[in-house]
Design a protein around this ligand. Structure first.
Ligand code: SF4
Length: 228
């Protein structure tokens, strides 16, 4: 899929997600940044969309350089690889997230500086209670299943790309040489901390939500290709 078509498909995924996650039931609001930490992960396609919308890339490079020294979650599996391994071998234990991570490098005064193009991990991390008071998020289990679909489709359309921590992915796409490789359809392999993306082969949706998620699949499949 050419990069322009990938970006169109990503925009569609964001639109369908925003329609699916009913804001009226959520406690999330502007200025609440309890979940805006350095543990966020994303794909190169999402990182590419962010940096091509930014006018001040020099500032971003400085922020990323500072963030690169902080401890952060480094995934060992992409979501499509995790789904495949779970389907083939049963539950897979995932790496723990670092405690007390630093704030996301894209956060300023508790406001996301890239909000319209924030990645899926941020869009799907929602709560029906105020996390700052409870210390944890509470999410409808259906939202978890729906969120997995959006994450899996996004990795699927970025199969020649990579997945990793937000700081590492943005550092990758900010590097002119690496970004040009990515634009040409050939992400550079063996980049520290980043994992190659995988196609979607099995959806990470439990049986009780299969019927409920079918409207999402009906909206995504025509634009992205029949999956699931
Ligand atoms: S990208 Fe924006 S919404 Fe996501 S963690 Fe960073 S500041 Fe928060």
């Amino acid at each position: 899929m050419p990069l322009d078509a990938q970006l169109d498909a990503l925009a569609r995924i964001y639109r369908v997600l925003d329609d699916t996650f009913d804001n009226s039931t959520l406690a999330c609001h502007r200025g609440c940044a309890a979940c805006c930490t350095q543990n966020v992960t994303m794909t190169t396609l999402e990182g590419y969309r962010i940096i091509t919308r930014l006018s001040q890339q020099a500032n971003l490079r400085e922020q990323l350089s500072a963030a690169a020294d902080s401890s952060r979650f480094l995934p060992e599996l992409t979501i499509n690889d995790l789904a495949r391994q779970c389907a083939e071998n049963g539950p897979v234990s995932e790496k723990n997230y670092p405690d007390d991570p630093a704030p996301c490098p894209l956060l300023a005064d508790n406001i996301c500086t890239v909000y319209p193009v924030r990645p899926l991990a941020c869009r799907t991390m929602v709560s029906t209670i105020d996390c700052r008071k409870s210390g944890y998020a509470q999410m409808d289990s259906y939202f978890l299943s729906a969120g997995n679909i959006f994450l899996q489709f996004t990795e699927h359309i970025d199969q020649k790309g990579l997945t990793g921590n937000l700081t590492d992915v943005l550092s990758y796409v900010c590097d002119n040489r690496k970004r040009h490789h990515y634009e040409a359809g050939a992400a550079i392999a063996d980049v520290g901390g980043l994992l190659p993306n995988h196609p979607l082969t099995v959806l990470m949706v439990p049986p009780e939500h299969r019927q409920q998620v079918s409207p999402i699949l009906n909206q995504l499949n025509p634009a992205i290709g029949k999956i699931g």
